[in-house]
Design a protein around this ligand. Sequence first.
Ligand SMILES: O=C(O)[C@@H](CO)OP(=O)(O)O
Length: 206
Amino acid sequence: MVGTLVLTRHGQSEWNELNLFTGWKDPKLTKQGEAEAKKGGEELKKFGYTDFDMAFTSDLTRAQSTLGIQLKEIGQEDLPTKKDQALNERDYGELTGLNKDDARKKWGEEQVHIWRRSFDVPPPGGESLKLTADRVLPYYEKEIKPEVLKGKKVLVTAHGNSLRAMIMNLENMTGEQIVNTELATGVPIVYKIDESGKVVEKKILE
Ligand SMILES: O=C(O)[C@@H](CO)OP(=O)(O)O
C-alpha cells in the first residue's frame, strides 16, 4: 500500500513582504500570498489530488488560511483537520519582528546567516532548525506518519522550517543539506510513501 503526503509552505505573509523575522508571530497572508495558495490548490486539482483523507496545519493564521484556500480550490472544505503548534514556524527569539537587513547591519551578514541557515545554532532566545525538528518530528511520527503508512492521503500545510524538519527525515538528509533547501511559498510537494516508510516518488507541483 502506498500513502500520499503533500507538504505546502504557506503563501507570502505580511511580514514576509516586509522582510521581517516572523517565527511564532501571527501575520496574515498578503494578496500575493492568497494568490500563491490558490495557485497551489489549482495545481493539486490539475494533478487529481482532490480526495485527501485528512489535513494537518499549525496554530498560525498564515498556514491555516493557506490550507483553507487549497481546500476550497479542491472542493474539500470539510476535510477533517488537526491544528497543532508542534507544526509552527521555528521560534526566532529576539530576532522576531526585526527587519532582516537591519539585523545584518547590527550583527553582520555572517552571524545572521548562521542564525538563519545553520542547523544547530539557535538565534538568541529562539530555536535552531535542530530544536525545531526536535518538536516537529515527534508529532510527525505520532500523528502524521502512521496515517500515511496506512495508505491515507494526507495534506500538511505549515512553514518553511517545520516542513524542512519533515523533509530532512523523509529524504534522509543531513542537517547541512536541509538548511540549504529553500521551499517556495504555496507550492505543494507530493511524496508517495510505501508501508515501510520509504519515499517511492516525489513531485513538486509548480
Ligand atoms: O521569518 C521567518 O519566520 C522565516 C520564514 O519566513 O524566515 P527564514 O527564511 O529566516 O527561515
